[in-house]
Design a protein around this ligand. Structure first.
Ligand code: C5P
Length: 314
C-alpha cells in the first residue's frame, strides 16, 4: 500500500472542566469529548523514489538526509499553514523520529473544519497523519505507542485515535473511552455545529482563564463528581452533561455567542454550548427540532458568513 485517504473528524467537548493550571503553564482538565461524523479529508501518498541528498544542500538530521523536504503538504484552504508548524508535518517528523521509517510522503488536505473554532481540526489532522503513516508503514507502532506519540503532538490529538466518546484528563493526553452507560446516550446524537466568522485563539482563552483564577476553574473533585453523577443516572440525557467553563472568558469578550445560545434556548428549547475554547458552538437536536428555522435564526444573528453544519456524534 502506498496511498491512503483518511477521514479526519471534528470534535465537540460535551463536558469541559478546566480544573487548574500546572507548573508548565498548561491546564489540567476533565472533558468528555466526541468526534463527529463531519470533518476534513487527508490523503497520504508515500514517496517511492529513493532519496539522495543533492549537492550543496544543508543536511539535517544526519544520514545525509534533509527530512523537511521529504514531507510535503498541500491544502485547498490558503489560510492553513503548510510549513513545519502544521501538525500534519509535525506528526510526520515525530513518526519518523519514533520509528526510523525513512520514506517521504505527500499529504493532501481537504479542509472543512475551520481554525480557531474549538473543533480540534488541526489536532485531528495531526492524529490522522500519525494513523495513516503507521498503516502505510505496516503498523510499526502498537496502539499504545501511537497514542503516546499523539499526546506529545498536541493536547487534543490523542482523543482522535478513538472512534467514540472519550474522557480526556491531564492536559488532554490521558484518554479513555467513556463508559458504555454514558456513551450509549451520546453516540449517534444529531447536532448542529455553528461558528461565527471570527475565531478564538486557544492560548488567549487559557490565558484569560488563568487571569481570573481561581474562580474560573472547577476543582477536579467537583468535575469528577459531576461526571460520575451523570454516568450513574441512566435517565440523565445528554443535555444534562453539557458544561464548559471556558465559556466565561469567550462570552465576556464575544457577547454574540451567549446572546445567540440564549435565543436558541428561548425560541426552540434546544440546549446549546460552546465547544472547547470556541468560537464554534453546537446544539443538541431532537427528532422534531426545526433545523431550518434554527439555521435561519443563527444566520440572522451571526450573518450569512456563519458556518452551520449538521452532524452526528460518533
Ligand atoms: O497543546 P496545544 O498546542 O493544543 O495547546 C495550545 C495552547 O493552549 C497551549 O500553548 C496552551 O497555552 C493552551 N493549553 C493549555 N492547557 C491545555 C491545552 C492547551 O493551557 N490543557
Amino acid at each position: 500500500m502506498s496511498a491512503l485517504e483518511i477521514f479526519s473528524p471534528a470534535k465537540l467537548n460535551l463536558f469541559l472542566a478546566v480544573t487548574g493550571r500546572r507548573a508548565d503553564g498548561f491546564h489540567e482538565l476533565v472533558s468528555v469529548v466526541a468526534p463527529v461524523m463531519w470533518g476534513d479529508t487527508l490523503t497520504v501518498v508515500v514517496r517511492v523514489e529513493n532519496r539522495r541528498p543533492r549537492a550543496g544542500r544543508r543536511e539535517v538530521g544526519g544520514k545525509g538526509r534533509s527530512p523537511r523536504e521529504e514531507f510535503s503538504l498541500e491544502c485547498d484552504d490558503p489560510a492553513v499553514p503548510r510549513d513545519g508548524t502544521n501538525l500534519v508535518l509535525r506528526a510526520a517528523e515525530l513518526f519518523r523520529a519514533a520509528t526510523g521509517w525513512d520514506r517521504g510522503a505527500r499529504f493532501v488536505l481537504t479542509k472543512r473544519i475551520p481554525m480557531g473554532a474549538g473543533l480540534g481540526g488541526g489536532s485531528s489532522n495531526g492524529a490522522m497523519a500519525l494513523r495513516a503513516l503507521n498503516r502505510l508503514a505496516g503498523e510499526l507502532l502498537a496502539p499504545a505507542a501511537l497514542a503516546d506519540l499523539a499526546g506529545r503532538l498536541g493536547s487534543d490529538c490523542a482523543l482522535f485515535l478513538h472512534s467514540g466518546p472519550v474522557v480526556m484528563r491531564g492536559r488532554g493526553e490521558r484518554v479513555e473511552p467513556l463508559p458504555e452507560s454514558g456513551a450509549a446516550r451520546l453516540r449517534g446524537r444529531r447536532v448542529l455545529i455553528f461558528k461565527p466568522s471570527f475565531g478564538v485563539a486557544t492560548p488567549w482563552a487559557y490565558g484569560r482563564l488563568a487571569e481570573s483564577a481561581p474562580g474560573s476553574y472547577l476543582p477536579a473533585p467537583e468535575a469528577e463528581a459531576r461526571l460520575v453523577a451523570w454516568l450513574a443516572d441512566g435517565d440523565a440525557v445528554a443535555e444534562k452533561l453539557l458544561f464548559n467553563n471556558m465559556e466565561s472568558v469567550a462570552f465576556a469578550k464575544f457577547i454574540a455567542l451567549p446572546a445567540l445560545l440564549e435565543r436558541l434556548h428561548e425560541r426552540f428549547g434546544v440546549t446549546a454550548r460552546m465547544s472547547g475554547s470556541g468560537s464554534a458552538c453546537f446544539a443538541l437536536l431532537n427528532a422534531d427540532s426545526p433545523v431550518a428555522e434554527i439555521t435561519a435564526a443563527i444566520r440572522e444573528a451571526w450573518g450569512a458568513s456563519a458556518l452551520v453544519v449538521g452532524a452526528q456524534l460518533q
